[in-house]
Design a protein around this ligand. Sequence first.
Ligand SMILES: [Zn+2]
Length: 86
Amino acid sequence: MKAVVKRRRRKGMKFVDVSTPKIGPRDVLVKVKVTSICGTDVHIYDWTRLAQHRFTPPRIIGHEFVDYCSDPATTGWPPVKRWERT
Ligand SMILES: [Zn+2]
């Protein structure tokens, strides 16, 4: 899958291929349909003092998106069905 990743403790990010994460019995894997950039992402990109105090690279960036559940939790919790918008 594609992801925007902050790899180092300096300005910048990379759009790269990463492995699809393994999920546990209470996890849900989502397929992102659309995403956007917010102010926090800009702080992380610029590596401002705010980002330096709250964030530890390496890490995949992004928390503003619309998605669908592609793999629901095997335990039924959280109660999200396959292809349900989350
Ligand atoms: Zn945000």
